[in-house]
Write a protein that binds this ligand. Structure first.
Ligand code: NAD
Length: 316
């Protein structure tokens, strides 16, 4: 008897069909949003495997999880909301689906840059309100782009930005030098990016080194009118400091797909025309949803049937 909990809010038909052939019972997310600890626990009874969306899988969840639970299969690349140490301590394997959503997120990062540079959503809202607004934006063409974190998504953004003839600076302590050289990307310190970039985009994981990396002090060092984009995780940017910098004109635009709290509820940021927001939907393309769905099911089935799985984060 195999019981599986599935919580991603986008889960494709192909993944469902694959899972249905394997599982005896499947519980789907009844809330249609990321789950909080008590909600997860209420659904975990007797569960062997858990395909996890962006739920908060804290140490408490892991501690109270039933002994039947063997695997948490993250649907996506990031695993900052899973307490990995607690999972390892309890012998629960955690897997993820790296790489398969990077093109989708890179597309959205460019979309947010362009939308913030030209205030597209605000113009759209005003026309719908029977106005005919005028707004002077800025161009991306030949501007300097600072990429913080040059992994799968950062590289995807770099490739796209070349189409805009942007000068590309990247900060990543683990960056592949050969890749940088072969692609005409200049390696830069964080300070150099803050000082020189017209657009800054974040593609690092959220961890103790990166938490709050864009705070008031960092913003102070940036160019006047810089456009900032975060498609990684809330917690990288101090939203209050960003709000103040947008009000003062230090930040020229802000594009966010991730928030300190999700859903964010009300925020003063939403009153500003140069703020563009999407609901953590960077990976929501047909292609990525298909790939993440099938891969997360495959990872879960591999672990539960004792097969080799390449994507275990906390291998025993
Ligand atoms: P990745 O692992 O391929 O790349 C992350 C890069 O960050 C690596 O090259 C790593 O060396 C670098 N890095 C780590 N610590 C750093 C630091 N302190 N400073 C600078 N660079 C550092 O991951 P990816 O697939 O490119 O994803 C990046 C992040 O994007 C994920 O961690 C996740 O949080 C986020 N993400 C968001 C969505 C979304 O829906 N918006 C979807 C997928 C991933």
């Amino acid at each position: 008897m195999m019981k599986i909990l599935v919580t991603p809010t986008s889960f494709c038909k192909e993944a469902k069909e694959l899972l249905e052939k394997f599982a005896d019972e499947i519980i789907y997310n009844p809330y249609n949003r990321p789950l909080h600890p008590e909600e997860i626990l209420s659904l975990l009874e007797g569960v062997d495997g858990y395909i996890a969306g962006l739920d908060y899988i804290t140490a408490e969840v892991i501690e109270k999880a039933p002994a039947t639970l063997k695997v948490v299969s993250r649907y996506g690349a990031g695993y900052d909301r899973v307490d990995i140490a607690a999972a390892s301590g309890k012998g629960i394997l955690v897997t993820n689906t790296p790489g398969v959503n990077s093109q989708a997120v890179a597309d959205l990062a460019l979309g947010l840059m362009l939308s913030a540079a030209r205030r597209v959503p605000a113009l759209d809202r005003k026309i719908r309100n029977n106005e005919w607004p005028r707004s002077t934006g800025v161009e991306l063409y030949k501007k300097t782009l600072g990429i913080i974190g040059l992994g799968e998504i950062g590289k995807g953004v770099a490739v796209r930005a070349k189409g805009f003839s942007m000068d590309i600076l990247a900060y990543d302590p683990y960056a592949d030098k050969t890749y940088l050289e072969a692609n005409g990307i200049k390696e830069a310190s964080l300070e150099a990016i803050f000082e020189q970039a017209d657009v800054i985009t974040l593609h690092v994981p959220l961890n103790e080194q990166t938490r709050n990396m864009i705070n008031g002090e960092a913003i102070e060092k940036m160019k006047q009118g810089v456009i900032l984009v975060n498609t990684s995780r809330g917690g990288l940017i101090d939203e209050q400091a960003a709000y103040e910098a947008l009000k003062s004109g230090k930040l020229g635009g802000l594009g966010l797909d991730a928030f300190e709290k999700e859903p964010p509820g009300e925020s003063p940021l939403f009153e500003l025309d140069n703020v563009v927001v999407t609901p953590h939907s960077g990976a929501h393309t047909k292609e990525a949803v298909n790939n993440m769905g099938v891969m997360s099911v495959q990872n879960l089935m591999d672990v539960l049937s004792g097969k080799e799985c390449k994507y275990i984060i906390n291998r025993k």
